[in-house]
Write a protein that binds this ligand. Structure first.
Ligand code: NAD
Length: 508
């Protein structure tokens, strides 16, 4: 089953640090298990503060040279990394699937996202545009330029174990930075595999340390990153709980943080919607990745006149979702990541029932549910709910969908916004007025607002991220690159006088 491991250079026990060379410690070894089968995939030797310091120092040294490499040449390295991702797409997709449990099609999709962002970054490497502006002073010129930040820290979640790093690293590399990656301890092998593939390109010219890797605990390694002034930016993806800690700690030292946190994403379905489209969008959004995407559809706000019809269609569609080993081609939904996730699913369903929700389908663990190490299968679940149920306002990282009737588009938008999170949102409607209202300043308050497509499955070309408890960060496309650079405003006097701004006279 694990024949994808050897092309990626994954062994029985793997070094957990990389600073241009692989760092194997004598410390604790953690095992990565398949959430589907419980089978051990491989072990990793954990890093601590000593290794952190080593990776950090090597990154700083490499970045000193990297910042002098012209940006389009940096782009050329990233182009080769993108090619390497393409070549290794199948084994990389398989390791994503094996480790985090998303189906193989989604594992491949995740690596395609890495390819796409590499391609995007190559183009970007010739477009790190500054500005010129007219000076108010005679014989003066003004311009604004963008320079690398230095070395940045990247902390990633288990559910996109490859793509989130690539979104950050590919863009940040062309911006002229080095990065240190602390991946989730639930998916360390994917991080090692991604680093190996990209490092092969960079190592040829002694630039491996630009993509440092440090696999260790939050208390030791994560904590060191948050307090380290040598990391001007921490880009952190994960739960809102984690984001509050990161934001506060990094803010305390006046560092920057780029936070990509939890979502509680809703789809509004109006009475004029194309219901066939809506059902397909909802099922992919709610069941895809077993409900473990930040953009997973968690709430349906449906016009009361079609609520019964939509519920029935969704219940029927859910019956056709094949659940099983995510590496098998027929499977549409794999397992949850671990036992804790199953417990959170069960607790949320119990809370929904207590708060007056009615389970329309699912609500329990799946018959394939297994032991501690693997088989974390649950049933995709639909709950008829009310907006005032407290559980509806939380992100439960599992396939639970709350269906809530609404009276009109104004109420739908108000309720869609009335949760702490603000990541992704959609409306299904054929009415241009409803659609435009949803996209207007009085519409969705989320970072992503879609019409007639679901909440999940964003393209890399746009800026990705959300507001409120989602953290406010933007990654990936558009002008997100600016987060990885520092802006410099320069005024040049090419004349023989020294006029002051605002016409101030100072002495003679
Ligand atoms: P998590 O918060 O448990 O962990 C995320 C990462 O943060 C891990 O690497 C973890 O080790 C690290 N971390 C946790 N506490 C830390 C601390 N005190 N100091 C330093 N590092 C710390 O999240 P998870 O369970 O891996 O992922 C699921 C969550 O991530 C969901 O809430 C999901 O919505 C969110 N997510 C958001 C996005 C987005 O782009 N908005 C993308 C993917 C996942």
């Amino acid at each position: 089953m694990n024949d994808f491991l050897s092309p990626l250079g994954i062994e029985a026990t793997n070094p957990g640090g990389y600073d241009g060379t692989w760092i194997r410690t004598d410390g604790e070894v953690i095992q990565s298990h398949s959430p589907a089968t419980g089978q051990a995939i491989g072990g990793v030797t954990m890093c601590g503060r000593v290794e952190y310091e080593r990776v950090m120092q090597a990154a700083i040294d490499a970045q000193r040279r990297w910042r002098e490499v012209p940006a389009p040449i940096r782009g050329e390295y990233v182009r080769k990394i993108g090619l390497a991702f393409r070549e290794m797409k199948e084994p990389l997709g398989a390791i994503v699937t094996a480790e985090c449990g998303k189906i193989y099609q989604e594992g491949l999709g995740e690596i395609q996202e890495c390819v796409d962002i590499a391609d995007f970054a190559v183009g970007l490497s010739r477009q790190l545009y500054g500005l010129t502006m007219p000076s108010e002073r005679s014989q003066h010129s003004m311009r604004e330029t963008w320079h690398p930040l230095g070395t940045i820290g990247v902390i990633t979640a288990f559910n996109f174990p490859a793509a989130v790093w690539a979104w950050n690293a590919m863009v940040s590399l062309v911006c002229g930075n080095a990065q240190i990656w602390k991946p989730s301890l639930k998916t360390p092998l994917t991080a090692i595999a991604m680093t190996k593939v990209a490092a092969k390109v960079l190592e040829e010219d002694g630039f491996g340390a630009l993509i440092g890797l440090i696999i260790g605990s939050d208390d030791e390694v994560g904590s060191a990153m948050l307090d380290d002034k040598r990391l001007p930016l921490i880009s952190a993806t994960g739960s809102t709980r984690m984001g509050r800690i990161v934001g506060e700690r990094v803010g305390k030292r006046l560092g920057r943080s780029l936070l990509e946190l939890g979502g509680n994403n809703a789809i509004i379905v109006m009475d004029d919607a194309d219901l066939d489209l809506a059902v397909r969008g909802i099922v992919f959004g709610a069941v895809g990745t077993a409900g473990q995407r930040c953009t997973t559809t968690r709430r349906i706000l449906v016009h009361e006149s079609i609520a019964a019809d939509l519920e029935q269609r969704l219940v029927d569609a859910y019956k056709t979702v094949s659940i099983g080993n995510p590496l098998s081609e027929d499977t549409l939904m794999g397992p949850l990541i671990d036992k804790d996730a199953v417990t959170m699913f069960q607790n949320a369903v119990a809370a929904a029932r207590e708060q007056g929700g009615e389970v329309l389908t699912g609500g329990d663990v799946h018959p394939m549910f297994g032991d501690e190490a693997g088989g974390h299968y649950v049933q995709p679940t639909i709950v008829r709910a009310r907006h005032d149920m407290p559980i509806v306002h939380e992100e439960t990282f599992a396939p639970i969908l709350y269906v809530i009737p609404i009276q009109d588009v104004e109420q739908a938008i108000e309720w869609q916004n009335d949760v702490p999170q603000g990541l992704s949102s959609s409306i299904f409607t054929l009415n241009a007025r409803h659609a435009e209202r949803f996209l207007s300043a009085v519409g969705s308050d989320c970072g992503i607002a879609n019409v007639n497509i679901g909440t999940s499955g964003a393209e890399i070309g746009g800026a990705f991220g959300g507001e409120k408890d989602t953290g406010g960060g933007r990654e990936s496309g558009s002008d997100s690159w600016k987060a990885y650079m520092r802006r410099q405003t320069s005024t040049v006097n090419w004349g023989t006088e020294l006029p002051l701004a605002q016409g101030i006279q100072f002495g003679s």
